[in-house]
Structure formats: structure tokens, C-alpha cells
Design a protein around this ligand. Structure first.
Ligand SMILES: Nc1ncnc2c1ncn2[C@@H]1O[C@H](COP(=O)(O)OP(=O)(O)O)[C@@H](O)[C@H]1O
Ligand SMILES: [Mg+2]
Length: 243
């Protein structure tokens, strides 16, 4: 068990995430997935000297860096210091590649190999893939997604590289105890963290729920969280109560 370094998250996780685990982090648009992912990498670097790897599919590095600087986080300088490796696959070529099947297979192999090489050669301890959807889109069918993800998850486990795989799910707004829909990625992952919008009366809050952490005593509640100038802060002691 290793603390993520985000104290309030460690509390609801029941201590942290075991080294080498592949954990899906799902949620709707703007709920805070990228923020939490980058925060996880930064805490690793700053508190534990654990080198990180950020794989960005949607947001180009420069745009992402500009946004993250609002939290006082400077991805480019960490990259220059060699503490953070960034693989930017956000170029518009990706969209074109996805349409041509031959190119699609080539790009898929290229991307997977780049990630595995970085994990093996640089020895990163923490990986964030943001989002996994774009990676999964490159596969012909769900069977292929499952097979390849299973292989990659196995390598990450062997290399003891703890992974948060961001997954864009529909932005469901929980009004009662409605159960979320699970995807292939959720079933393959050792753990699932769900970020969601919660509507209570007329107000809308952000909530975080640990849906799954194999064999661990984690919180089973939805905890409200806020995004502040320091990143994500979870209210551990006051879970959301549904009437
Ligand atoms: N400095 C800040 N203070 C408060 N909230 C912020 C700040 N920066 C961003 N946010 C909030 O974070 C949201 C985006 O979070 P992000 O991690 O990019 O979400 P996702 O990756 O899930 O789409 C914004 O819509 C905004 O509400
Ligand atoms: Mg995002």
C-alpha cells in the first residue's frame, strides 16, 4: 500500500493505492479528472521522489501546462528537470489515423510501445493516461481492447508502476443511489474511482466515490470535493447523504 500523497484521497482509499495497480478514474466533462491525475503525479514527485509519466491524448502539452499553472503546477519545468515524462499524442493526426485501419494499427503499436518503453527505461513509478477512451478507440473491437489492456496492465504491475487511467464516462448526475454503468476498463482495473456531479435540492456539487479497490477497506460513501487553487480537496468527514 502506497499513499498517493493527496491526504484526503488516501483517507477515503483506506491508505492509498498498492504499487503497480491499474486504477480507472472515471467521470464526466469538467468534473476534475485531469486535475486529480496531474496532482497525483506531482505529489509523487514532490513528496516521494517518484518519477511520473503523463500520457495526454486530448489536450496538447502547452495548453495543458497553461491550465495547470493556475494551480501553480509547472509541468514543463518538471519535464526539464527529468522528474516528469510527457507523451503528447494529442495531435490532430490521431483523428486521421483512427480512420485508416492500417495506419490505426501502426499508431496503436507505436503508442503502446512508447508507453511501455518509458515505464521500463525511465523507471517511472506513476503513470496517468488521459483519457484512456482515445486509446481504446484505436482498437477494432472490444475483444482487442480487453486483450491489449490486459497485457499492458500486466506489464505495469511487473514494473510496479501505479497507474491512474482517466476514463470519460457520461456526465451522470446522481440524484439518488442510482448505480453507475460499468465499462470494460472498469472491470479490468484493480480499482475504480468515480468523480461525479451530485444534485441535492437545487444545488450541484462534485462528489468522489471509490467504486472498487480489490481487497481493501475503502470508504463506500460519496464524498463532496472542491477544486481550489491548490487542486482537489475532498471532505472526508461529511459524505453526501441522500434523503
Ligand atoms: N483554479 C481553480 N479554482 C477552482 N476551480 C477550478 C480551477 N481551475 C479549474 N477549476 C475547475 O476545474 C474544472 C476542470 O477540471 P478538469 O480537471 O480539467 O476536468 P476534466 O479533466 O474532468 O474535464 C473547471 O471546469 C473548473 O470548474
Ligand atoms: Mg480532462
Amino acid at each position: 500500500m502506497k499513499p498517493t500523497g493527496i491526504e484526503s484521497l488516501d483517507k477515503i482509499l483506506g491508505g492509498g493505492i498498492p504499487a503497480g495497480w491499474f486504477v480507472a478514474m472515471r467521470g464526466g466533462a469538467g468534473v476534475g479528472k485531469t486535475t486529480l491525475g496531474v496532482q497525483f503525479l506531482l505529489e509523487g514527485i514532490l513528496k516521494y521522489h517518484e518519477p511520473g509519466l503523463l500520457v495526454t491524448f486530448n489536450e496538447p502539452l502547452l495548453a495543458l501546462n497553461a491550465i495547470m499553472r493556475n494551480y501553480g503546477w509547472d509541468l514543463l519545468s518538471l519535464q526539464q528537470m527529468g522528474e516528469l515524462t510527457i507523451l503528447d499524442f494529442s495531435s490532430t493526426e490521431m483523428g486521421i489515423m483512427q480512420q485508416a485501419s492500417r495506419l490505426r494499427e501502426a499508431s496503436l503499436d507505436y503508442i503502446t510501445q512508447k508507453i511501455i518503453d518509458a515505464v521500463r527505461n525511465i523507471g517511472v513509478n506513476r503513470l496517468v493516461i488521459d483519457p484512456l477512451n482515445t486509446f481504446s478507440l484505436l482498437f477494432r473491437d472490444l475483444f482487442e481492447v480487453r486483450k491489449e489492456l490486459h497485457r499492458v496492465i500486466g506489464i505495469l504491475w511487473e514494473e510496479k508502476c501505479t497507474t491512474l487511467a482517466v476514463y470519460e464516462s457520461t456526465g451522470e448526475i446522481v440524484q439518488d443511489t442510482k448505480y453507475p454503468q460499468f465499462s470494460t476498463e472498469d472491470f479490468l482495473a484493480y480499482g475504480v474511482i468515480h468523480l461525479q456531479y451530485v444534485s441535492i435540492s437545487s444545488a450541484r456539487e462534485r462528489g468522489i466515490e471509490i467504486l472498487k479497490m480489490r481487497g481493501m477497506h475503502h470508504s463506500k460513501r460519496i464524498h463532496p470535493f472542491e477544486i481550489t487553487s491548490r487542486g482537489i480537496e475532498i471532505d472526508v468527514d461529511n459524505p453526501i447523504l441522500f434523503s
